[in-house]
Design a protein around this ligand. Sequence first.
Ligand code: HSE
Length: 399
Amino acid sequence: MKAAIMGYGTIGSGVAEVLDTNHDSIAKRAGEEIEVKYVLDLRDFPGDPIQEKIVHEYQVIAQDPEVQIVVETMGGVEPAYTFVKAMLEAGKHVTTSNKALVAEKGAELIALAREKNVNFLFEASVGGGIPIIRPLNCCLTADEIEEITGILNGTTNYMLTRMSEDGLDFDDVLKEAQDKGYAEKDPTADVEGYDACRKIAILTSLVCGQQVDFNDIHTEGITKITAADFKYAKAMGRTIKLLATSRRVGDSYCAMVAPCLLASDHPLYPVSDVFNAIFVHGNVLGDAMFYGSGAGKLPTASAVVADMVDIAKHIHTNILLEWSSRKVDLVDYRNADNRFFVRTSSSEADVKAVFGDVERIEAEGVDGEFGFVTDSMTEAEYEEKAAKLSGVLQMIRVK
Ligand code: HSE
């Protein structure tokens, strides 16, 4: 079976490496050998054995009837969307690791694949090497999924782990993460929560079978988290994690991405470093959790190649994926109930006048401010009350 890889960066070259490393077992599982015939990239790779497969025009792949599987590992919406669409229209199966493409164009590409009786698979787009798309689509089908909460970004999880363990501030830990190659030169998508937002949009679209627009998801990143916040977290026996969460409310979902204070008995509490985990609650299943390598070359390539094997096994069959382009009206996050940890320069008396009796938190080495946890209230109620305090320094939700 002939395949092509579009984009020979970290993940694309990882796909070639995985196909090579596990060549025999992959051939056995796929039912035949999978051979990369073309690699599409703007660059040339002189001296690299891959060079003989390099092409610069995607039409070469689209027009070759021998190619049945196309891997898209370019990233970004364009030109990936144009190229993937052309491949599906030409009757080729596609697998992608590209969450930006899947979050924005997933419904349309799934419908096109169905029309052409081919497959558009995207296991690697969420949670890197952790199986989560296939479990949601093929395994947890007896359930109404009532909650998905994930640590879906390896870079920020690494940074928060370092801040927690070494008492470092955001800027120092970002530099360390960049030096180690975990964070990109422009870390915006990770640290502002945009990457996790696209991933929870994909998962929510899959569980409700409709299009969730990531722009509708309230998203806060980790850029305002400080070493002092972790001192308070320690005093509470908690840690801070960037959570992407989606809860069923009636016929809709309430989704949000934000840093949260987790208690030590929360299943996501021990998920450290670059690891990801996705907690799922189904109405008949109860709880399940998927944990593992959520980013990086080979884990992500492993998920892409697993899709290639699945495609080889379903070469004449479209695997039904329920994700229509009808848009979901998400429930306004301001209606969600939470407890809030707040740091303020206001006096205890002022805080109590607004929030009533609160639980005071004292952190070692943090002076000149008042830290407290509120009772449970809606986001809207919190915002209204907090606006009455002059000196709110920080707010983190408590789970
Ligand atoms: N930047 C992403 C992360 C890569 O850190 O998780 C995987 O999607």
